[in-house]
Design a binder for this molecule. Structure first.
Ligand SMILES: Nc1nc2c(ncn2[C@@H]2O[C@H](COP(=O)(O)OP(=O)(O)OP(=O)(O)O)[C@@H](O)[C@H]2O)c(=O)[nH]1
Ligand SMILES: [Mg+2]
Length: 335
């Protein structure tokens, strides 16, 4: 079933105009290392226009990230000391098309806390999807400090064709806590009470408390229309379950030369702003729930600004996770 959602002139939640005529990516041009720093102006006419039409209040209110080591430390401490009201870790599910950077985000966050670049969740390139199993990763804080209260669930990517990728049935089974750790997804064998290890009566701790959609900014324009319908359908069902959603826009370094040069320019980049609007439109989501991030992919060393952007995304995810627990508390125990 495909949902049509005519492009609204204004985002209902923020009052922000959805910028029409998505002009594509600014991938061309010199590599950042070779040439002078790309600027906010001058990449193209459409970018100049966007720069002036983007509402200032949003640029201000969006994320005034402080790119200092102190702030990076503050975010790490905040995440380290985070606790859920149920006592067990926050369980966050990453969902997105194949290759969008779900596993990379998990690895990147773990890298920040480990102090070195790791390939914790298996990252890879395969058109059929690299991740096949449900794998949960509890983010470990620095040596000796034990685990954080954040668990991220990595699953198979969404396919762009009929019968490919993780199924709708299996996504809901994971969110409702029925899927066993290590379950291998197959579009031909849907999760079912007879599936080995199926959790008949999941506890609150087994359920997913926040869903994070992951989109590749450099591929936004080429995602098929069917994916938009899939997201709309997913959002409706996931919202019905009381689970809040956030979106990560990855590969911003690939999509925008200015951000690749210096990640601190992320919110000054008209290209990134335009992509956030496009992602918001695609998902029917307010741009205040969309975070651009740059995952560690080919880097050998951590970078403080990249860390800060990743940690800011985790901070936002935990805020949305808290909403789930607040809703649970106000509704009273269900199980
Ligand atoms: N330049 C860049 N590359 C990235 C970024 N995030 C991920 N990648 C690369 O994109 C490719 C796919 O990343 P994965 O993390 O495996 O993507 P996934 O969503 O887990 O993919 P599946 O498991 O196949 O569904 C890998 O080659 C990553 O190194 C990013 O922010 N920037
Ligand atoms: Mg993966």
């Amino acid at each position: 079933m495909e949902f049509s959602f005519g492009v609204p002139k204004l985002d209902k939640a923020t009052g922000v105009p959805i910028i029409p005529n998505f002009a594509g990516l600014c991938l061309s041009g010199p590599s950042p290392a070779q040439k002078s720093k790309p600027t906010t102006k001058g990449s193209s006419d459409s970018e100049d226009k966007l720069d002036s039409t983007w509402p200032e209040k949003i640029v201000r209110s969006l994320r005034e990230i402080q790119w200092t080591d102190d702030h990076r430390q503050e975010l790490m401490s905040k995440i380290n000391s985070y606790k859920t009201s149920c006592g067990s870790p926050a369980r966050v599910l990453l969902l997105g098309p194949v290759g969008s950077g779900k596993s990379s985000f998990i690895s990147s966050v773990q890298s920040v806390f480990s102090g070195r670049v790791l390939n914790r969740a298996m990252v890879g390139s395969s058109t059929a999807g690299f991740t096949k199993k449900l794998q949960t990763f509890t983010i470990q804080s620095k040596k000796g400090e034990g685990p954080t209260a954040l668990t991220m669930c990595d699953v198979m990517g969404l396919g762009e064709g009929e019968g490919t990728g993780i199924s709708f049935n299996d996504i809901l089974a994971v969110i409702n806590g029925h899927a066993p750790e290590g379950h291998k997804f197959s579009p031909n064998h849907l999760l079912h009470p007879n599936t080995a290890g199926y959790l008949e009566e999941p506890s609150l701790a087994d359920r997913v408390h926040c869903v994070v959609f992951v989109l590749d900014a450099s591929r936004l324009a080429s995602y098929c229309r069917g994916l938009r319908g899939t997201f709309q359908q997913l959002r409706e069902h996931i919202s019905d379950l009381g689970v809040h959603q956030v979106t990560l826009l990855t590969h911003i370094d690939k999509a925008c030369a200015m951000t690749a040069w210096d990640v601190k320019d992320v919110y000054k980049s008209p290209t990134v702003q335009q992509m956030m609007s496009k992602a918001g439109e695609m998902l029917g989501m307010s741009i205040s729930s969309i975070m651009p991030v740059k995952n560690y992919s080919s880097e050998l060393k951590l970078d403080s600004s990249t860390d800060t952007l990743l940690l800011s995304a985790v901070d936002l995810i935990l805020e949305y996770t808290d909403l789930y627990f607040q809703d649970q508390a106000s509704e009273g125990p269900k199980i």
